[in-house]
Design a protein around this ligand. Structure first.
Ligand SMILES: [Zn+2]
Length: 293
């Protein structure tokens, strides 16, 4: 049994575990000695900042009004903040055992990749990220489906008695499910309850719930809202009205990916440095599309 001192030390470490989820892995930095993976939370908060930049500088007044209406927002400012928050949390489903153990998947296997994976894993475990043991069987699900399964519970639905990502019957929370299901959707398909339930079983349980809650809070912090206030900002009822919204979410996520050439962020940086860096990245990325467009 750990003594009191160890418990609080573990809590301290656990509180930063979320910073060790990886977002992008790119080995081309290795020769320079730079980090080969970019933290997921940095890319998530950057996506939130990108949406704010898009909203303010690219989306026209007419489209802003349409978006606010589709989201059934209290005001355009509520829609703007909710959209930025949702852009940021759209990849929350990546923060789970099945995606995290796939570090570097899709890249050519090499001793450099093996070393990078093992270094990341050791340090992430030490920071308290609840990774499964090497070689353990891990339930898999599409991260996008995991997002739909977990997000309503992280953004204001605390209704008891609903399991496996089942939709609650509280009308006030209906919009949370509509919004969570609209993320990552590029067509009019509705996510089937069975798909969500299957994804729910791959979420990794309470230890990963804590990691995801920390990530969602980081995005809320960046955008300037309390994650659980989402039901007060928007109440969408019709997913077919959210097509333009889904497209902006996807664009924000695309522009938020860490660029190896520009240098990846370090989980050891302070929140202030990373948060300012995310805003700068967002400003530059949106300026580039404005010039290109
Ligand atoms: Zn609810």
């Amino acid at each position: 049994m750990p003594d009191e001192g160890n418990v609080s030390e573990t809590e301290e470490l656990n509180s930063s575990a979320y910073k060790w989820c990886w977002g992008t892995v790119n080995l081309s930095n290795d020769s320079e000695g730079g980090p080969v993976w970019n933290p997921l939370f940095v890319e998530m908060v950057t996506a939130g900042s990108v949406m704010l930049e898009l909203w303010d500088r690219v989306v026209g007044p007419r489209q802003r009004a349409d978006l606010a209406e589709g989201l059934a927002a209290e005001s355009e400012q509520s829609a703007r903040l909710a959209a930025a928050f949702l852009a940021g949390v759209g990849r929350i489903g990546s923060a789970g055992p099945s995606h995290m153990v796939s570090f570097g998947a899709g890249q050519q296997s090499s001793p450099t990749l093996e070393q990078a994976r093992s270094d990341w894993r050791d340090r992430a475990l030490r920071a308290g990220l609840p990774l499964p043991p090497t070689g353990a069987r891990v339930r898999t699900a599409d991260p996008e489906h995991i997002t739909a399964a977990v997000l309503p519970r992280l953004t204001g639905c605390d209704c008891a008695g609903y399991v496996d990502g089942e939709r609650c019957r509280n009308r006030e929370h209906h919009g949370l499910y509509v919004a969570a299901y609209a993320l990552n959707r590029h067509d009019a398909d509705v996510l089937h309850a069975d798909t969500v339930a299957k994804a729910y079983r791959a979420t990794g349980g309470p230890a990963w719930d804590a990691v995801r809650a920390a990530l969602v809070n980081a995005v809320g912090n960046q955008v300037g809202i309390d994650a659980r206030s989402l039901p007060n900002l928007i109440r969408p009822t019709d997913h077919t009205r959210l097509t333009a919204f889904s497209r902006l979410i996807s664009q924000s996520n695309g522009l938020s990916r860490g660029n190896a050439a520009r240098g990846f962020a370090s989980p050891h940086e302070t929140w202030e440095v990373l948060s300012d860096g995310a805003r700068l990245h967002a400003r530059e990325a949106v300026s580039r599309i404005r010039v290109a467009g």
